[in-house]
Design a protein around this ligand. Structure first.
Ligand code: PEP
Ligand code: MG
Length: 552
C-alpha cells in the first residue's frame, strides 16, 4: 500500500480505480524518417482511427444532447478528410523526410493561422476546430488516446491540474473524486468537486504514469490522503466511513421541505450555485430555494465558438422552467483570468486576474454582451430570472450596464418579444472598491451577491490560483469579515438585498456570523444546502449576538 498526502478541498471518501487524465495537447518533436511511404501509411491509419473516434462521439452526442449539438463531430470528420489538409501533411512528410506527428502539427498550425487571418468571424472560429482535429490525429499517431478519461466505470480522476475547459467536457457520472498534483484550494476544480459533492485532493505528489492507471485506491477527503493498493484493514475502515456518511446524508434528507428559519424566527434564503444544466438535478434533489449563481461562462467554455443567442436562450429557458418560478440568478459572462476560451483571442497579460476579464470584456465588446442579455431577457418570460454582473468596481460601470440593458429591452419591445419587464438586476461584490461604494451601488441595483473567492484574492492581494500561497489565503481574515458586514449594511441602506455566492457562504463555522450580520441569502454548492439548513435551524441569532456582545 502506498499513502500519499495532499490538501483536501472537499470532504468525503471515494473508493475506486485511478484514471490518469491525459492532456490531449502533446509536444511534438521533428524527427527524420527514412521510409516516408511507411510514414504516410501511419498517417492514413491515424486518420481512420480519428474518424472512428469522431463517429463514436457523434453517436453518443446525438443520444445525449440531440442532433443539432452533435453536428460538430460530423464537421470534424469532414475536416479530418479534407483534401488540402491531407495534401499538406503528405507533402511535408515526403519532401522534408520527417515524421507524421510533426507534419500534422505543422499543417495544423498553418491552417489555424490561415483561419485566424480571415475577416469573417465564422471562419476565424474554425481555427479552434483545426486545433482540435490536429490534436486528435497526433494522439492517434502517438497512441495517447483522445485525451480526457476513457472509462465505463466511475473512476478517481488523477491529473496534473484541470482547466475549467477540461472539466466541462468530462462525463460527470464517471467521476468519483479528483486528485491533482497542482491547483489551488480556490480553483475551479475545487469548486466543481464541491458542486458534485465528491472528495477532492490537490497538491498531491502522485506520479502521472501509465503504471498508476487503473490501480485500486481510496481518496480520503477528510484526512487529505490517497491510499493506493489499500491494505484490507484500511479498505474495511474506509468502507465504514462511507456507510456513516451515507447515514448522515439520510438524516439530512429529513430536512427537505423545511423552511430556513432560525430558532428565534430569522429567515434566510438558501440557493444553489450551478455551472450548467446538468447540475439542475442536484439543485432539485437538495431542495434549494433557487439558483443564486449560474456561472454562465461555462456555456462559452464548453463551446468552440461564441454560443448564439438561440443556443443560450434554450439553456436559460430550460433552467427557468425547471426551477418552476423559483429565483434563477444568471451571472453574465465571467471569462478571462483562469477561465479562457481560445476563440475570444484575449491578449496575453502580465496579470490576468487584474486584466481584461468579466464585465470589462462585456463593456469593451458590447455585441457579445448584448447577445447574452437578449437571450437572458427572452428566457425571463419563462420563469423568475434575475441578472447579475461580475467584477464591478464603480457606479459608472453599473450605469453603463443599465443603459445597455435598456437598449436591449427596447429592441425586444420593438420586435414584440416578451420578457419580464421587472427583471431584477444585481451585481457581484468582488472588489474592495465595490465594498467601499456599497451604499451608492445599492441605490442602482436590486441586490448584491458577494463573490468571496475574488474578494478575498483582491483584498489580501493573493492570487487565488497560486497553490503555494494557500497558507496565506485566510478567508476568515478579520478585515474581510468587516468588509462583509459593510456590504450588508450598505446594501440595506441603499435598498438592496445582500447574499454571498463565493465559497465562504458554505463555511458552516461562519453561518451564525452571517445570520448575525443580516445576510438575506447564501448561495452554495447544491450538496451544502441541507447541512446549512441544519445549522440555520439550530441557531438562535439573538443569543449568539448577546454572546458576542454585538449591538442589536
Ligand atoms: C467568487 O469570486 O466568489 C465567485 C463566486 O465567482 P467565481 O468563483 O466564479 O469567480
Ligand atoms: Mg468571481
Amino acid at each position: 500500500m502506498i499513502i500519499l498526502e495532499g490538501k483536501a478541498v472537499f470532504e468525503g471518501v471515494a473508493i475506486g480505480r485511478l484514471s490518469i487524465y491525459k492532456k490531449s495537447e502533446q509536444s511534438v518533436k521533428r524527427e527524420k524518417v527514412e521510409d516516408t511511404d511507411a510514414e504516410i501509411k501511419r498517417y492514413e491509419a491515424a486518420r481512420e482511427m480519428a474518424t472512428e473516434q469522431l463517429q463514436v462521439l457523434y453517436d453518443k452526442a446525438v443520444k445525449e444532447v440531440g442532433e443539432a449539438s452533435a453536428e460538430i463531430f460530423e464537421a470534424h470528420q469532414l475536416m479530418v478528410e479534407d483534401g488540402d489538409y491531407i495534401d499538406s501533411v503528405e507533402n511535408i512528410i515526403s519532401t522534408q523526410g520527417v515524421n507524421a506527428e510533426y507534419a500534422v502539427a505543422e499543417t495544423g498550425d498553418n491552417f489555424q493561422k490561415m483561419f485566424l487571418d480571415m475577416e469573417d468571424e465564422y471562419f476565424r472560429g474554425r481555427a479552434a476546430d483545426v486545433k482540435d482535429i490536429t490534436e486528435r490525429i497526433i494522439n492517434c499517431l502517438s497512441g495517447a488516446g483522445g485525451g480526457g478519461i476513457v472509462t465505463d466505470e466511475p473512476v478517481i480522476v488523477v491529473a496534473d491540474d484541470l482547466a475549467p475547459s477540461e472539466t466541462v467536457q468530462m462525463d460527470k457520472d464517471k467521476i468519483l473524486s479528483f486528485v491533482t498534483v497542482h491547483g489551488s484550494a480556490n480553483s475551479h476544480t475545487s469548486i466543481l468537486a464541491k458542486t458534485m459533492n465528491i472528495p477532492a485532493i490537490i497538491g498531491c505528489d502522485i506520479p502521472l504514469t501509465d503504471e498508476m492507471d487503473g490501480r485500486d485506491a481510496i481518496v480520503d477527503g477528510f484526512e487529505g490522503k490517497v491510499y493506493i493498493d489499500p491494505d484490507p484493514d484500511v479498505l474495511a475502515e474506509k468502507k465504514q466511513i462511507v456507510l456513516k456518511e451515507q447515514e448522515k446524508k439520510a438524516l439530512l434528507e429529513q430536512l427537505k421541505g423545511k423552511d430556513n428559519v432560525t430558532l428565534d424566527g430569522q429567515h434566510i434564503n438558501l440557493y444553489a450555485n450551478i455551472g450548467n444544466t446538468k447540475d439542475l438535478a442536484l439543485v432539485l434533489k437538495n431542495d434549494a430555494g433557487g439558483i443564486g449563481l449560474f456561472r454562465s461562462e461555462f456555456i462559452y467554455l464548453g463551446s468552440d465558438d461564441y454560443p448564439t443567442e438561440d443556443e443560450q436562450f434554450a439553456i436559460y429557458k430550460q433552467v427557468a422552467e425547471t426551477m418552476a418560478g423559483k429565483k434563477v440568478i444568471i451571472r453574465t459572462l465571467d471569462i478571462g483570468a483562469d477561465k479562457q476560451a481560445d476563440y475570444f483571442q484575449l491578449p496575453q497579460e502580465e496579470n490576468p486576474a487584474l486584466g481584461l476579464r468579466a464585465i470589462r470584456i462585456c463593456l469593451t465588446r458590447p455585441e457579445i454582451f448584448k447577445t447574452q442579455l437578449r437571450a437572458i431577457l427572452r428566457a425571463s418570460a419563462f420563469g423568475k430570472i434575475s441578472i447579475m454582473f461580475p467584477m464591478i468596481i464603480s457606479v459608472d460601470e453599473v450605469k453603463k450596464i443599465k443603459e445597455i440593458v435598456a437598449e436591449v429591452k427596447k429592441e425586444l419591445d420593438d420586435a414584440g418579444i416578451k420578457y419580464d419587464k421587472d427583471i431584477e438586476l444585481g451585481i457581484m461584490i468582488e472588489t474592495p472598491a465595490a465594498v467601499m461604494m456599497a451604499e451608492e451601488l445599492a441605490e442602482e441595483v436590486d441586490f448584491f451577491s458577494i463573490g468571496t473567492n475574488d474578494l478575498t484574492q483582491y483584498t489580501l492581494a493573493i492570487d487565488r490560483q497560486n497553490q503555494s500561497l494557500d497558507e496565506f489565503y485566510d478567508p476568515h481574515h478579520p478585515g474581510l469579515l468587516k468588509m462583509l458586514k459593510m456590504v450588508v449594511d450598505g446594501a440595506h441602506k441603499g435598498g438592496a438585498w445582500a447574499g454571498i455566492c463565493g465559497e465562504l457562504g458554505s463555511d458552516l463555522s461562519l453561518t451564525k456570523e452571517f445570520l448575525a450580520m443580516g445576510f438575506d441569502e447564501l448561495s452554495v454548492s447544491p450538496g451544502r444546502i441541507l447541512p446549512l439548513r441544519k445549522t440555520v435551524l439550530e441557531t438562535n441569532v439573538t443569543e449568539y449576538k448577546k454572546e458576542k456582545g454585538y449591538a442589536n
